[in-house]
Each structure stands twice: as structure tokens, then as C-alpha cells.
Design a protein around this ligand. Structure first.
Ligand SMILES: NC(=O)c1ccc[n+]([C@@H]2O[C@H](COP(=O)([O-])OP(=O)(O)OC[C@H]3O[C@@H](n4cnc5c(N)ncnc54)[C@H](OP(=O)(O)O)[C@@H]3O)[C@@H](O)[C@H]2O)c1
Length: 328
């Protein structure tokens, strides 16, 4: 089976490519000329895809021939030009789908890596999880761009899509949650205000397993949320991090107005220097939300998904990796 993975150079993409090799797929890693190849596994093909130029992409896809499966994972989660969310997450997805249709290379299944952010957080009062039947209500530019991409894909007649909407994904090589680990390692435990936050997570290899379960299932034109099936509050998360780092840390609830001000400032300064800060206006909206619970039962029921890692086991594995690689 021939599989194409876009964004294969990134955190999640490199795990998707590695798992594809382990499962015996003929893996094509869609990357850019500037992409790092550091974490790409041996035994795969690397291909540069012009996701931003539909006509060139059509000819590239014709040359490559039809894939059995495609995982469209390339995307931006933060950027210094806010229009990039729409340009890349929605625009490139649209180009890709249209190029596949117009070059007659539509695969058996096209799995789009969306995000829970496409639906936005759940109700902070009822604390009900976000459900597949809910009306999406994204409150970030990132979430809006993912929702637009989903809507475009779903609007294509007979297009063989699958959508996965992961919650926060963590694991070795991840750089955003890592900032919190590094801060705790330096004996500080910052918190977004004083309100309890209800969080969900999924360890990267569990998410990747869900992707292959979806591709190898009989389902088509279907969407699922992905989390490890458990819920954690922010203090529990911090306690697990402290336990595995073997650190005491000063609990520091930062008032939301201050986090917002810092986010705006970092966004502005990042814009001047062309960098995308981990803390920015969009991330502030994600981080201030108090209900990130999502419905994972359909994934468990339909695909038999069982997460191998809960947060305790996952953070332990991360700390071990960050230490081994001298990130900590
Ligand atoms: N991490 C999470 O918590 C999370 C949660 C839900 C959903 N997701 C989704 O999962 C996917 C992968 O995220 P990640 O966390 O692995 O992020 P990442 O490490 O930043 O990887 C992003 C990948 O997309 C590629 N990419 C970015 N901009 C591109 C562009 N303009 N043209 C072509 N390729 C481009 C990157 O290529 P380069 O290496 O060349 O930059 C990289 O391979 C994204 O679609 C994201 O929205 C992530």
C-alpha cells in the first residue's frame, strides 16, 4: 500500500511516517525544500509538494501516481502573519483536494488532520464535553482555518475523506508543551489565572495509531475527536510534570489580563522579527478556555481505539526523551 504523508518533517508527521514504515507501507513523505529531515525514518521516499500552487501540484501528483492513502497533516499551529492560518490550513488543503480531483489521483482515503480547535472549547458552565453533533464554534484564527478546510473537504461530492480532530498532542520532540516542562524544571509552575481548567491530551503515537485504525477501517466520510479518553485539571497536569521531573515548583497564577498583554506584546515583537512565539493572541484564547473535554466514545466504539498512554505514562516518556536529548 502506497501512502503519502504531508508535513512529514514536523512533530506529528515524522511519527506518522515512522509508523507507516513499521506497518509495511510504501511511505512518501511530503515536505518542503527547507524542511528538516532529522526525524524522518529510513526507507521512505521524500517528495517536495507545491501545496501553494495548484497547477504545479497537479503535475507533481500525476507524476507520483495514485496513492492508496493520503494523510494531509501539514499545517500551521502558530504563525507571525495571521493570514497564514487561512492561506495554509484552508487554502493549501483546498488546492490539494482540487488538484487530486483534477489530476484524477483521488486516493482510496484522504485523512485530514484537523483539530479540536475547529469546534472551539466546550461550555465552561455545564462542563459537558464537545460532541460530534455540536455546532462548531471556533474562537481562534487557527480553529476557524481548520473548520473552513473541513467544510471544504466535506462539500466535495463523493470525496473519500476522514477527519480526525485531536485535542492537545504531546510527545517527544514536541516544542510547545515543552515550554511548560522547561519552566517547571526551573522551579516555576505558571497557571492561567486561578480558574480550574479541564484539559484533555493525546500522546503522539496514540494519535498516529488512531489515524491508521481509521484508514484501515471500513469507514469513509466520517469525523472523530481524539483524546486519550481521560480528563485532567491543570493542577493534576502540573503535578504529573513535577513528579516526573522530580521538581518542586512555585505555583504562580498569572492574571488573565497580564497573560493577554504578554501574548499581544510577543505577537507584535514576533511579527517584527518574523518569528512565531509559542505564546500569542491565538494561543492565549486556547489557553484561557476552561473546558477542553471532547467526546471520544465514537472513536473507541467505531475503531476500537484504546490509548496506550495516559498523561502519567506519556509525560514520563517525554521527560526521559527530553533529558536524553539534552533539551532539559
Ligand atoms: N500539536 C498539536 O497539539 C496538534 C493538535 C491538533 C491538531 N494538530 C495538527 O497536526 C498537524 C501537525 O502539527 P504538528 O504539531 O506536528 O506541527 P509542526 O511540528 O509544526 O509540523 C507542521 C508540519 O507542516 C508543515 N508545514 C507548515 N507550513 C507549511 C507550508 N506553508 N507548506 C508546506 N508544509 C508546511 C511543516 O513543514 P516544515 O517542517 O517545512 O516547517 C511541518 O512538516 C497540523 O495540521 C496541526 O494543525 C496539532
Amino acid at each position: 500500500m502506497k501512502i503519502l504523508v504531508t508535513g512529514a518533517s514536523g512533530f506529528i508527521g515524522s511519527f506518522i511516517a515512522t509508523e507507516g514504515v513499521c506497518r509495511g507501507y510504501d511511505v512518501y513523505a511530503g515536505i518542503r525544500s527547507t524542511s528538516s529531515r532529522k526525524y524522518l525514518p529510513e526507507g521512505i521516499h521524500t517528495v517536495e509538494l507545491s501545496l501553494g500552487d495548484k497547477e504545479r501540484l497537479k503535475s507533481e501528483l500525476s507524476t507520483l501516481g495514485r496513492f492508496d492513502y493520503i494523510i494531509h497533516n501539514a499545517g500551521v499551529t502558530k504563525c507571525n502573519r495571521k493570514t497564514d492560518f487561512d492561506r495554509v490550513n484552508c487554502g493549501y488543503t483546498r488546492n490539494f483536494v482540487e488538484a487530486l480531483i483534477e489530476s484524477d489521483t483521488v486516493p482510496q482515503k484522504f485523512l485530514f488532520v484537523s483539530s479540536m480547535a475547529a469546534f472551539g472549547p466546550g461550555d465552561p458552565k455545564t462542563l459537558e464535553p464537545v460532541r460530534l453533533s455540536d455546532t462548531p464554534n471556533p474562537d481562534t484564527l487557527y480553529g476557524i482555518s481548520k473548520l473552513k478546510a473541513e467544510e471544504f473537504i466535506m462539500s466535495q461530492k463523493d470525496f473519500p475523506y476522514l477527519l480526525l480532530r485531536p485535542t492537545g498532542v504531546y510527545g517527544p520532540r514536541e516544542k510547545d508543551y515543552f515550554v511548560f516542562l522547561k519552566t517547571v524544571n526551573n522551579h516555576l509552575e505558571p497557571a492561567m489565572g486561578t480558574k480550574k481548567q479541564h484539559l484533555t491530551f493525546v500522546y503522539v503515537t496514540d494519535l498516529v495509531n488512531a489515524m491508521y485504525l481509521a484508514l484501515e477501517s471500513q469507514f469513509l466520510r466520517k469525523a472523530w475527536f481524539v483524546s486519550d479518553g481521560r480528563e485532567y485539571d491543570n493542577r493534576e497536569y502540573a503535578a504529573i510534570v513535577k513528579k516526573h521531573l522530580n521538581r518542586r515548583a512555585l505555583y504562580l497564577p498569572v492574571p488573565l489580563f497580564l497573560v493577554k498583554a504578554i501574548s499581544c506584546m510577543l505577537d507584535t515583537v514576533g511579527g517584527w522579527f518574523g518569528v512565531s512565539p509559542t505564546l500569542n493572541r491565538d494561543k492565549y484564547r486556547i489557553m484561557r478556555a476552561t473546558n477542553w473535554k471532547c467526546e471520544v466514545e465514537p472513536l473507541q466504539r467505531d475503531l476500537g481505539f484504546v490509548a496506550e498512554y495516559d498523561l502519567d505514562k506519556g509525560i514520563e516518556a517525554c521527560v526521559e526523551w527530553y533529558r536524553k536529548e539534552k533539551w532539559l
